[in-house]
Design a protein around this ligand. Structure first.
Ligand code: GLU
Length: 474
């Protein structure tokens, strides 16, 4: 068997949708697993609705997810005039014909049929034109479209996910493949492209199943073996309706912009509608590549569960490489107005490590760490009443002096001072830890105190303790 060739073929008429990203992912996984090729083809023949900007957004989104293509991007618009090159070949088979019906005529006939409470399908008026009538129309330069003549019988194919699906040809109308302005319709362009690009597996959304039957008729006329088809179930929102812009976030880059890690996002979308078996949920792209199979893709739609994404993202953040995490968090610091330049990279990485476990999204990190970078202006009210009592402030005073004697202002040395002091005074750790934390961060919760102190450095720690000791903020 030759190596498979797969493709993702987005239409740049909108942002990169979550559903398209998942389709790209399954194509990618299968291509990688089978040492195949993953092609990116931009289906931009709908000139009015497509834009260059959207194309860039789609490419950027796929890149962000790490779904790198091997060939392309190919643009359908570059090939625009070539689709019709196939018409003579198809005409020879007798399987296509010119349709001179105008949109107005079609609409009138359609309304008549509907008035009789019947379903409309093209009535084949032009299939029955005589050779003379056709000749005459052509001579008169009457515009015409090309339609496929769908024969009697049934059309069926074996879907890699749904199994054998069959359709009565009587349900498929003689459909247009080239419009009267000579432009190809999607069903035609997609077949010609998949054929030219030697695509072996077409993996796409369920909503294309009905198109597949039409496309199979084009393959038949081309005398070409159709690719294998796999139609993926829809992604649903929490109300089990099709995930849409109206009910939630559907743009992939919007998830990046809220601070979802690409690895977490890829892992999360992979599991909407695919279950590799077992209860393992956290998987890298290469692990998923090994495990992927169409048999394990569900037939029914899968729900996009935001809570699960949040959980998964926080797991990924917790285990992420600090240096990479820092790079990805920098834009979030900037948009939160936090100036990080007073810390060197090593310290910034420690700051990342100190809050990794608490962040659900990267956008949480600036707020979790703001006090490292900025002076404390407000103190938690409840905490103030509870922890900054005169007695405890007295402890802070003594502790500050003890800390002053430290040669190295490090986590272990600081911890040693606190432990010894608590022992001497018969205090619980919290009796001195909570007041210190509040004095240093204004908060009652946060990263490990001693690590936080080490990162802040002696100078900052001292000035913040002094502020509490000397002022009467209570
Ligand atoms: N451009 C089509 C879409 O975005 C591609 C469908 C296909 O993969 O054949 O839905």
């Amino acid at each position: 068997m030759t190596n498979p060739r797969l493709r993702i073929a987005p239409s740049p008429t909108g942002y990169l949708h979550v559903g398209t990203a998942r389709t790209a992912l399954y194509n990618y996984l299968y291509a990688r697993q089978k040492n195949g090729v993953f092609v990116l083809r931009i289906e931009d023949t709908d000139v009015e609705r497509s834009s260059k900007e959207m194309t860039e957004i789609i490419i950027e989104g796929l890149k962000w997810l790490g779904l790198n293509h091997d060939e392309g991007p190919f643009y359908q618009s570059d090939y625009f005039s070539h689709y019709t090159d196939y018409l003579p070949q198809l005409e020879k088979t007798g399987g296509i014909y010119r349709c001179f019906c105008t949109p107005k005529e079609l609409e009138e006939r359609k309304q008549n049929v509907i008035a009789e409470k019947k379903a409309w399908k093209y009535d084949r008026k032009c299939l029955h034109l005589s050779d003379e009538e056709i000749k005459e129309n052509i001579e008169k330069k009457k515009p015409f479209a090309w339609r496929v003549r769908v024969p009697e019988g049934k059309t069926s194919y074996d879907d890699l996910i749904h199994g054998v699906i069959e359709k009565e040809n009587s349900e498929i109308e003689d459909f247009v493949i080239v419009r009267s302005d000579n432009t190809p319709v999607y069903n035609f362009a997609v077949v010609i492209d998949d054929f030219r690009m030697k695509i072996t597996h077409v993996v796409r959304g369920d909503d294309h199943i009905s198109n597949t039957f039409k496309q199979l008729h084009i393959y038949r006329l081309l005398d070409a073996t159709p690719p294998s088809f796999a139609h993926l179930p829809l992604i649903l929102d929490e109300n089990k309706a099709k995930l849409s812009k109206r009910t939630g976030t559907v743009s992939v880059l919007a998830f990046r912009d809220m601070g979802v890690l690409p690895e977490a996002f890829v892992n999360f979308i992979a599991l909407i509608g695919w279950n590799p078996g077992g209860d393992r949920e956290i998987m890298s792209l290469s692990e998923m590549t090994d495990l992927f199979s169409f048999e394990k893709v569900t037939k029914k739609g899968g729900v996009f569960d935001y809570k699960k994404l949040e959980w998964m993202n926080s797991k990924y953040i917790t285990n992420y490489d600090s240096s990479k995490l820092l790079d990805l968090t920098m834009p979030f610091f900037r948009s939160a107005g936090i100036e990080t330049s007073s810390f060197d990279r090593e310290k910034l990485m420690k700051i990342m490590d100190s809050v990794k476990e608490k962040a659900r999204y990267l956008k949480d990190i600036p707020e979790l760490t703001r006090f490292f970078f900025e002076d404390v202006k407000t103190y938690d009210e409840k905490g103030k009443a509870k922890y900054l009592t005169p007695e405890r402030i007295e402890h802070l005073k003594v502790l500050k002096e003890k800390l002053n004697s430290l040669k190295e202002f490090s986590h272990d040395e600081i911890e040693n001072i606190y432990k010894t002091y608590a022992g001497e005074k018969d205090l619980k750790g919290g009796d001195i830890i909570h007041p210190t934390r509040l004095a240093l961060s204004g908060r009652t919760e946060g990263p490990s105190l001693f690590l936080m102190m080490e990162i802040m450095g002696k100078e900052t720690v001292f000035s913040r303790l002094t502020k509490i000791i000397e002022s009467d903020i209570l």
